[in-house]
Ligand binder design. Structure first.
Ligand SMILES: [Zn+2]
Ligand SMILES: [Zn+2]
Length: 355
C-alpha cells in the first residue's frame, strides 16, 4: 500500500512510498482510511521538532475510514463499519491515569501517527478499544476531525466544564481554538475570540460558527471590551490556544475572580514567565488540558450526530494522498485552517453520495 513515511529524525526525511499492508491480528481492527487531517504536530514531526516521533513511522492521527478486517479477539466492531479511532494504541494499563482511562496522561502511552503507524496511508490498524463506530448521520469527512474536536471538548466540557450563559474568551483561532469555540457554543456560552490582524480569515470562520465577537487586539482594547461586557468583573473562563505567552497573561488578566483559565497552547519556552499574581489574588484556577481521552470522543461523536458542532467547517484544503507535500506546505505557510488528506477517492465519493 501507499503511505507517507517519516523515515528518520530531523528536517523532512519524509517520503511517499510502498509499504506492506498492516494485518488485523489479536484485538486489532484494520481500517481503510478515507480522510486524514494534517495537525500542527505533524508539521513539527516534518520539521524534526517533535521529540516523541519514533522513526520510521507513518504519520497521521486524525482519521476516518471503513473497517476491512478484524482480528480474532475483536467482538463488537465489524467489517464494513464506518469508523474513526482514538489515537491511543498502547498504554501501561496499571498506572493511576490508566485506572481512570485518562490515557492522555499515561507516561507509557504509545500513539498512532507518533510511535505507531498512522493514517496517512491506505490502511492502518487500531486496537478495538480505541475504535468508534460512527453514528449514521456523521460523514467520514467530519469524523476525520473527531480528534481535534475531542481536544476542544476535553478542554471546554471536561476541564473548564463551561455552563450555559457563561462568558468565555478564546485566545487563538486556529483549529484547536475553533473546536473549543464550537464546544462552548454547543453549551450555550457567550464567546469572544481574541487574536491579531493575521487572524482575519479565522475570525470570519469563528463568526460563522457562532462566535459572539472577534477582537483584533492591535486595533481594539480587549480588556475594555470584556470589562464593558461583564460589569468590570471579567470573563468566567479563558482558553489559551495560541501558545503565546502574552496571550496566557492576558487571559489571566481578563478572567474574573474565581474564574478558570485553561492552557492548551504549547509555549516555545517552557520556562516562560506567567503572571502568578493574578492566579493568587483572584483565586484563578489555571489548569492544563492535554489532548483528549475516551470520554471526550464519546461526547464529541454525540455532539456531531446531534448537529451541535460542525467541525468540517474548518477544512480549507483537501489533497490526495500522493500530494501530501502540497498539504503540508500550505499548513507550513499558515494558509487556511485545516488541510485534510484524502486517502481514498472511492470512499470520499461514497461519503459525498451519502450526505
Ligand atoms: Zn491533531
Ligand atoms: Zn498507564
Amino acid at each position: 500500500m501507499k503511505a507517507v513515511v517519516k523515515e528518520e529524525p530531523g528536517l523532512d526525511h519524509m517520503v511517499y512510498k510502498d509499504v506492506p499492508e498492516p494485518e488485523a491480528t489479536g484485538d486489532l481492527v484494520k481500517i481503510r482510511v478515507a480522510y486524514n487531517g494534517i495537525c500542527g504536530t505533524d508539521l513539527h514531526a516534518f520539521r524534526g521538532e517533535y521529540a516523541s516521533t519514533r522513526t520510521p513511522v507513518i504519520l497521521g492521527h486524525e482519521l476516518s475510514g471503513i473497517v476491512t478486517a478484524v482480528g480474532p479477539e475483536v467482538t463488537k466492531v465489524k467489517v464494513g463499519d464506518r469508523v474513526t479511532t482514538e489515537t491511543t494504541f498502547k498504554t501501561c494499563g496499571h498506572c493511576v491515569s490508566c485506572a481512570t482511562k485518562d490515557y492522555n496522561l499515561c507516561a507509557h502511552r504509545e500513539g498512532i501517527g507518533t510511535q505507531i503507524n498512522g493514517g496517512m496511508a491506505e490502511y492502518l490498524v487500531s486496537r478495538e478499544e480505541s475504535v468508534h463506530v460512527l453514528p449514521d448521520n456523521v460523514s467520514l469527512l467530519s469524523a476525520a476531525l473527531t480528534e481535534p474536536l475531542a481536544c476542544g471538548v476535553h478542554a471546554a466540557l471536561e476541564k473548564a466544564d463551561v455552563q450555559e450563559g457563561e462568558k468565555v474568551c478564546i485566545f487563538g483561532s486556529g483549529a484547536i481554538g475553533q473546536m473549543v469555540l464550537q464546544a462552548c457554543k454547543a453549551r450555550g456560552c457567550h464567546v469572544l475570540v481574541a487574536g491579531l490582524p493575521q487572524d482575519k480569515e479565522r475570525f470570519e470562520l469563528a463568526l460563522s460558527a457562532g462566535a459572539d465577537r472577534c477582537v483584533d487586539q492591535t486595533t481594539e482594547d480587549l480588556g475594555q471590551i470584556i470589562s464593558d461586557l461583564t460589569d468590570g468583573e471579567g470573563v468566567d473562563v479563558s482558553f489559551e490556544c495560541s501558545g503565546a505567552v502574552p496571550a496566557a497573561n492576558k487571559a489571566l488578566e481578563v478572567t474574573r475572580r474565581k474564574g478558570r483559565v485553561i492552557q492548551m497552547g504549547v509555549f516555545k519556552d517552557a520556562a516562560a514567565p506567567i503572571r502568578v499574581d493574578y492566579i493568587l489574588h483572584k483565586e484563578i484556577c489555571y489548569m492544563g488540558s492535554r489532548s483528549q481521552k475516551p470520554s471526550s470522543w464519546v461526547t464529541s461523536l454525540k455532539l456531531l450526530s446531534e448537529g451541535k458542532v460542525v467541525p468540517e467547517k474548518i477544512v480549507t484544503k483537501i489533497v490526495p494522498l500522493e500530494q501530501w507535500r502540497d498539504g503540508f506546505e500550505s499548513v507550513a505557510r499558515g494558509e487556511g485552517i485545516k488541510a485534510v488528506i484524502c486517502c481514498s477517492e472511492e470512499l470520499a465519493e461514497q461519503d459525498k453520495q451519502r450526505s
